[in-house]
Write a new protein. Structure first.
Ligand code: GLN
Length: 343
């Protein structure tokens, strides 16, 4: 297995689309990123394991066959395979970026001392986890990447009106993606009409003092942020911006302060795939984040961001095929930071 840095050194051509052939100057038998992406795409192309989320009615209607893979390297090269035009709603992956925003605006201590930065070990919309997080029981034992913590985190974004808060969240996500993102209105309306559980979570978080004001607005803005529409390349660029110390490697714009990025990645590493985060880290060694829209991102710090979109999910709410594809790619590129050869 070669190291990624070697693959990056020997590859010079950016690849757009799965079918573009590459002739990199490369030692025989060493995989390059484009080959690994294309072979992984082919390997899992017909894998339909899992089931679309249906507790948000609009998500049940999304084409389960969508399968797109993208890697964006920290030097701005873009590699893709499969369907990278189709968009899905970002869902919980947005939690990463709203947490990043609050850390950027108010410092890492703020999140640590309010919402918390510990894994709950429970499902993403667990209400029991809120009970266990109360100070009297040793809390906060929660984080910004599960619904209660995420709704509280959204409530912390600065802005004097709902519009102002929303605009700053959308602009922030767009800066990470490197293009103006939009909301999928059908998904937003569908979730807003059926998210009584999240409304209850917002109210409980308000009752326990995690949310200071307007819990209904926090849940509503959170729901809208989950409906932002993205393709695999958008997500990979967002992940690559984190991999590149907060500077978007494609637009070359600094989006967030480098010293704040590790705080974001650490919560992804402990809680990015909910109660299955341990299993994920066991196989990839990388901070990741999933969403019930079918996307998963992972960040190889200093190297690349990767994203895969495939809507069918497992019981924990994580895309089955995205997990399989990223595990395969990370392993073949030698990108697991825990996997080193003895010196
Ligand atoms: N909007 C979704 C919800 O709150 C996000 C959940 C997810 O992606 N895990 O239920």
């Amino acid at each position: 297995m070669i190291t990624l840095s070697r693959a990056l050194l020997t590859l010079t051509l950016p690849v757009v689309g799965a079918s573009v052939a590459l002739t990199p100057v490369q030692a025989q038998g060493t995989p390059d990123i484009a080959t690994v992406l294309n072979e992984t795409y082919t390997k899992f192309r017909n894998d339909q394991e899992g089931k679309n989320a249906d507790y948000i009615p609009a998500l049940a209607k999304v084409d389960p066959k969508i399968f797109g893979i993208a890697i964006v390297t920290t030097d701005g090269k873009v590699y893709t395979a499969g369907d990278i035009k189709s968009e899905v709603s970002i869902q919980s992956i947005s939690k990463v970026f709203t947490m990043a925003k609050v850390i950027e605006e108010q410092g890492p201590e703020k999140i640590e001392n309010t919402v918390g930065v510990d894994a709950t070990g429970m499902r993403f919309n667990s209400i029991v986890s809120i009970e266990f997080s109360q100070k009297a029981l040793g809390g906060p034992e929660m984080n910004s990447l599960v619904n209660p913590g995420a709704i509280a985190t959204t409530s912390m974004v600065k802005g004097s009106t709902r519009d102002e808060v929303w605009k700053s969240i959308l602009d922030w996500h767009s800066a990470f993606a490197g293009r103006p993102l939009k909301v999928n209105d059908e998904v937003f309306k569908s979730e807003a009409a059926t998210n009584q559980r999240n409304q209850a979570i917002g109210s409980l978080m308000y009752a326990y003092g995690y949310i200071k004001d307007k819990p209904d607005q926090a849940t509503d803005v959170y729901t809208e942020q989950c409906s932002i529409s993205v393709n695999a390349k958008d997500l990979a660029t967002m992940a690559a911006t984190l991999a590149n110390g907060g500077k978007n490697p494609v637009t070359k714009k600094t989006v967030m302060t480098a010293k704040n990025v590790p705080y974001v990645l650490s919560v992804m590493a402990t809680a990015g795939l909910y109660d299955d985060t341990g299993k994920w880290l066991y196989h990839t060694g990388l901070p990741g984040k999933s969403g019930v829209g079918g996307g998963i991102i992972a960040v190889a710090p200093g190297k690349f961001g990767i994203a895969v979109i495939s809507p069918p999910l497992d019981d924990a709410g994580n895309s089955v095929r995205a997990q399989k594809a990223i595990i395969e790619i990370v392993s073949r590129l030698g990108a697991n930071p825990y996997a080193v050869k003895p010196s």
